[in-house]
Design a protein around this ligand. Structure first.
Ligand code: FMN
Length: 343
């Protein structure tokens, strides 16, 4: 079966595959544009970079593709409003907002005619998101996702979280696309998500471990070598997050050490406001630049199943190409028993 397309505002991505935004310079223009060129939805991670840099990234992606390219912003970020201004001024194809919620930004997007996607992880959030002006698409992200996690049970799988949240969204009258995210790696996962009623999938870690991703080679090597991940309260936002366990937790950078400065990146920060934590911006930047020993390597729960760095085109080939016998199985599911028996 060929994968369905995905409508994002007045553009249509050929395939219903969104590359999840990965901030602090993991998903920048090269990755987002490569995904868009292959027919997916590319997303620049907008958190942890200054507004001028975000503008350059958007323009650089635009120069490489006329496919669907948007920006992911974290509401918890201190520069959120200024970064949103840039997205609106540059007329990106969509903006996805996670890590906190407010109606105001979606209203601004609606007024600007830019589709807003909201990232949620609970039935409770489904109620609010489905009634918010400007939310045209919703990503339901499970505890298998990488980075900051929203579900009450931070280990919950997509297969357990998605169905009740989707049902709630439809009951509340939400008509836009509902996207499944967290631990989706293979074509079978995509088909399983679609069979559960998803209109598409959002994939993070598999796209991080690609040639086009802006992370250092050392960070990519850490993802490839990882045998698993762990959910902990690594983040000074107070949210749970999933990462490869740092070699020694005490090695994460503390503000006040030589070269470690607070950039006020978060609206609320356990480090800055309560002096209780390492600095997440420096920890993520260390990893992105290659100092993984003193860095935080965010990853999804299935990182241990990724064994090589691939070009984005190859990731897409694997996701969109039907497996031998897949069509016959689909026919079989609709009553063609002989075809299935012949496999
Ligand atoms: C390194 C990394 C950084 C991430 N950064 C962000 C982010 O800035 N904002 C966000 O909403 N999600 C972020 N995510 C989540 C991804 O966008 C995506 O939804 C999630 O990783 C999907 O799960 P998967 O990695 O198992 O495919 C990040 C994930 C990773 C692996």
């Amino acid at each position: 079966m060929s994968l369905p397309s995905l409508r994002v505002g007045d553009k249509t991505a050929r395939f219903c595959i969104i590359q999840g935004g990965m901030s602090v310079r993991i998903s920048l223009h090269k990755l987002a544009a490569a995904v868009a060129r292959e027919g997916g939805v590319g997303t620049i991670g907008g958190m942890g970079i200054p507004p001028a840099e975000l503008r350059r990234e958007i323009q650089a992606a635009r120069a490489l593709t006329d496919g669907v390219v948007g920006v992911n912003l974290m509401y918890a970020g201190y520069l959120f409003d200024r970064l949103l201004d840039v997205c609106i001024e540059e007329r990106v194809d969509y903006v996805a907002i996670g890590a906190g919620f407010a109606r105001g930004p979606f209203k601004r997007l609606a007024e600007a005619g830019i589709p807003g996607f909201c990232i949620i992880s609970s039935v409770k959030a489904a109620r609010i998101a489905s009634r918010t002006e400007g939310v045209v698409g919703i990503v339901v992200e499970s505890g298998q996702a990488g980075g900051h996690l929203g579900p009450e049970d931070p280990e919950i799988s997509t297969w357990d979280l998605f169905p009740p949240v989707r049902t709630a969204l439809r009951e509340y009258g939400f008509k836009g696309p509902i996207i499944a995210a967290g631990g989706i790696l293979t074509r079978q996962d995509v088909l399983r998500a679609l069979a559960m009623g998803a209109d598409g999938v959002q994939i993070g870690t598999r796209f991080a471990v690609t040639e086009e991703c802006a992370a250092s080679d050392a960070m990519k090597a850490a993802w490839v070598a990882a045998t698993g991940s762990q959910v902990e309260y690594w983040s000074p936002t107070g949210m749970a997050s999933r990462a490869i366990v740092p070699h020694i937790e005490d090695m994460l950078p503390l503000v006040g050490e030589p070269g470690v400065h607070c950039t006020d990146c978060l609206k609320y920060c356990l480090h800055r406001d309560e002096k209780k934590s390492h600095c997440i911006y420096n920890a993520l930047t260390n990893a992105q630049r290659g100092n993984v020993e003193r860095g935080l390597v965010f990853c999804g729960g299935r990182v241990g199943e990724i064994h090589e760095v691939l070009p984005v085109a190859e990731v897409f080939r694997q996701l969109v190409t039907p497996a031998v016998g897949e069509e016959l199985l689909a026919i079989g599911a609709h009553g063609g028993a002989e075809e299935v028996a012949a496999l």
